[in-house]
Design a protein around this ligand. Structure first.
Ligand SMILES: NC(=O)c1ccc[n+]([C@@H]2O[C@H](COP(=O)([O-])OP(=O)(O)OC[C@H]3O[C@@H](n4cnc5c(N)ncnc54)[C@H](OP(=O)(O)O)[C@@H]3O)[C@@H](O)[C@H]2O)c1
Length: 266
């Protein structure tokens, strides 16, 4: 059950916005912007919501009263999310590498919900561990199609409406391996270095009032981490602990963060 947030105290003000610290029992303290003294409920688009960090962000944002519009390839998981959270949230089965599917998805969401306040490009895959020359070309292409071109597909079909409105924050999930390298994960590293460059370039193209941010989430025990670290993955940050830090961190991002490579403070 979602408990109503309780405003603790006025925290400060930023021009037309003011901010408050919000307390929900058993939840971390969060800072929200208010306009006209009303809590700003955000519309948040997230790719890759079927498990891992995408699912954690989804449930975390919904608990705080925000609306989540998500996608993933797994039809079964999308159906489960729809049954669990219902309206106004919206979950769609699609492959971000398929531009035609992304185009229809974006058109449907934009016409029903308007432009998102936060667009989080989270969906990605990692290669089976292998040196570069042993990664089959089909696997390499598939990873680039999802991790780079898939992100560009989503941006291509959401951003024009956001630019027209002149607001919205785009967060592209990067990685420690988008800023450093390791053996056996060359195609993944290549894709995340590309995300850093693509996002920072995008940041220079956006009008004032918007932001594009490459964000490293830290190292979290998800299915993806098990591909990299096997059983040792369990010794890293849990999804629940990450959610507690990441959700408020994402909600306080603003146009002032445009182009800044950020890391979730876990
Ligand atoms: N976990 C970490 O420690 C870590 C560290 C650094 C960066 N990251 C980044 O954080 C993000 C989330 O990682 P994670 O650990 O949560 O990964 P994960 O557990 O493997 O989850 C990935 C999600 O992306 C979805 N997805 C994959 N390909 C897709 C496609 N073509 N179309 C739509 N959805 C797709 C998956 O759902 P379906 O399979 O149902 O499509 C799943 O919901 C990724 O960008 C990852 O690179 C994670």
């Amino acid at each position: 059950m979602v408990r109503a947030p309780r405003m603790l105290r006025k925290h400060g003000s930023l021009g037309m916005y003011s901010t408050v610290v919000v307390y929900i029992p058993n939840e971390p303290l969060t800072v929200h912007r208010l306009t006209n003294n009303r809590m700003m409920k955000k519309v948040i688009v997230i790719t890759g919501v079927s498990r891992g960090l995408g699912q954690a962000m989804t449930s975390g944002f919904i608990k705080l009263g925000h609306t989540v519009l998500g996608c993933a390839r797994s039809k079964a998981s999308v159906e489960q999310l729809s049954n669990k959270f219902g309206s106004p949230h919206n979950f769609t089965a699609l492959d971000i590498a398929n531009e035609a599917q992304v185009k229809i998805w974006a058109e449907q969401l934009l016409s029903k919900y308007g432009t998102p306040d936060l667009l989080i490009n989270n969906a990605a895959i990692i290669n089976e561990l292998a040196p570069l020359w042993e990664i089959p070309s089909e696997d390499f292409s598939n990873l680039i199609d999802i991790n780079i071109k898939g992100v560009a597909n989503v941006i291509r079909h959401f951003i024009p409406a956001m630019i027209e409105k002149g607001s919205g924050i785009i967060v592209n999930l990067s990685s420690g391996w988008g800023r450093s390298t390791a053996p056996q994960v060359s195609s993944y590293c290549a894709s995340k270095w590309a995300i850093e460059g693509m996002t920072r370039s995008l940041a220079q193209e956006l009008p004032q009032g918007m932001a594009a941010i490459p964000m490293s989430p830290g190292i979290i025990h998800t299915d993806m981490l098990e591909v990299c670290y096997g059983e040792d993955a369990a010794s890293y940050t849990s999804i629940k602990d990450w959610q507690a830090k990441a959700v408020p961190f994402l909600l306080q991002l603003s146009p002032a963060d445009n182009g800044m490579p950020l890391t979730v403070p876990v």
